[in-house]
Design a protein around this ligand. Structure first.
Ligand SMILES: Cc1ncc(COP(=O)(O)O)c(C=O)c1O
Length: 382
């Protein structure tokens, strides 16, 4: 295993303390007091009743659950891909529940048998766990702007595994069907496995075409317009944490190539990487109910509509941010300066340098706070 990076959140202790001490009586008792923490993307709204009831109903669980997930759960995932993601041809045999998606991201290179000498590619500005996963496997992390950065591919320069993240955390950029199709064609030519982390797909803020010909979510790696009808070598990673306020349950799945999924399953069975039975039943209920997802999306849309103009009025420029749970914003200065200036107003955000040096002039502002805290942030920024 390679050395792991320092845990970056520790470096936010001082601005966090400053934000927590904020007090401005002129803003009123609520808006003028305490921290508005927009640094971490952790959901704050209640877990939907339909999901909690399913969890409670499955609390009698004396036996071991199936690592593969029950057939009805795997079918529900395939049904969700058909209904919400424009993927009508996902084989339920190519679905595997995971204990949240962070563990899958962190262990996928290891589960695929990668190790020293193997490259794992991921976007230059990215969620840090892709890099961590490469290191845990003893493989080589490779931050990339685009495939062209690889030059003419050789065995020594071609990743064995390439991560995509759409919509991106932190930037909120979305990869279109054409871009995904190009990546897949390239990867197939060079024997590269592509894994696409799509956990914000339901939170797409772009206008839909008037004829509603596109799926209601961001394009998936598994979309037939991308794959040409075969999921070979492809994996999509999805989480219910964000769309269903389920981060505390640890509920996610990986889906795509049944042969790859069987390899992951084999190791996971030996290693005891099993989604608990009550969580499997809760996932089944969550995947069958689109209404709570739509309600949650509306909440985030409302918060976004309040926060974005307030940040702009404060002098930040919001870039990308087409989808997902974050606004990616810059004041054209070192991100730590922006973090400090916002902390003085009692608002904590994540510095862009957490996500790679290319993010050094950006901050990531999460929409995951209550309506009251978001309104307080807007008043403080005015
Ligand atoms: C891009 C991305 N992938 C994966 C995760 C992990 O989500 P979870 O482990 O809750 O499924 C997150 C969480 O913020 C994320 O932003």
């Amino acid at each position: 295993m390679r050395a792991l990076p320092d845990f970056p959140w520790d470096s936010l202790a001082a601005p966090k303390e400053r934000a927590a001490a904020f007090a401005d009586p002129s803003l009123g008792e609520q808006a003028g007091t305490g921290i508005v923490d927009l640094s971490v993307g952790t959901p704050v709204d209640p877990t939907p009743a339909v999901v909690r009831e399913a969890l409670a109903a499955a609390s009698d669980a004396p036996g071991y659950p199936q690592t593969y997930g029950t057939p009805d759960l795997r079918e529900a995932v395939a049904g969700w891909f058909a209904r919400r993601r424009g993927v009508p041809d996902l084989d339920p045999d190519g679905v595997l529940p995971t204990v949240g998606s962070k563990e899958l991201v962190a262990w996928l290179p290891t589960l695929l048998g990668l190790g020293p000498g193997d490259l794992v590619g991921f976007p230059r500005i990215a969620y840090p766990t892709y890099d961590v996963g490469a290191r845990l496997a003893g493989a080589e992390p490779l931050a990339l702007d685009a495939l062209t950065a690889l030059g003419p591919p050789t065995a020594a320069t071609t990743p064995r595994l390439l991560w995509l993240n759409t919509p991106s955390n932190p930037t909120g950029s979305v990869l279109g069907v054409e871009h995904l199709a190009k990546v897949v064609a390239w990867a197939r030519k060079h024997g590269v496995v592509v894994a696409s982390d799509e956990c914000y797909a339901e939170l797409d803020w772009r206008e839909r075409p008037g004829d509603l010909s596109e799926p209601p979510t961001t394009p998936s790696l598994l979309d037939p317009r991308v794959t040409g009808g075969s999921h070979e070598g492809l994996l999509a990673v999805y989480s219910l944490s964000k769309q269903s306020n389920l981060a505390g349950y640890r509920a996610a799945f990986v889906a795509g190539d049944p042969a790859l999924v069987r390899r992951l399953l084999e190791v996971r069975k030996h290693a005891g990487m099993i989604v608990p039975w009550p969580v499997q039943r809760a996932m089944l209920a969550a995947l069958g109910d689109d209404e709570h997802v739509a309600r949650q999306k509306e909440r985030y849309a409302g918060r976004r509509a309040v926060l974005r103009p307030a940040l702009e009025a404060f002098g930040l420029r919001v870039e990308a941010s087409e989808a997902g749970l974050y606004l990616w914003a810059t004041a054209g200065e070192d991100c730590r300066t922006t973090v400090d200036r916002l902390a003085e107003r009692g608002i904590l955000v994540a510095p862009g340098d957490f996500y790679g040096t290319a993010g050094a002039e950006f901050v990531r502002v999460a929409l995951t706070a209550t309506d009251e805290r978001i309104a307080a942030a807007a008043r403080r920024l005015a």
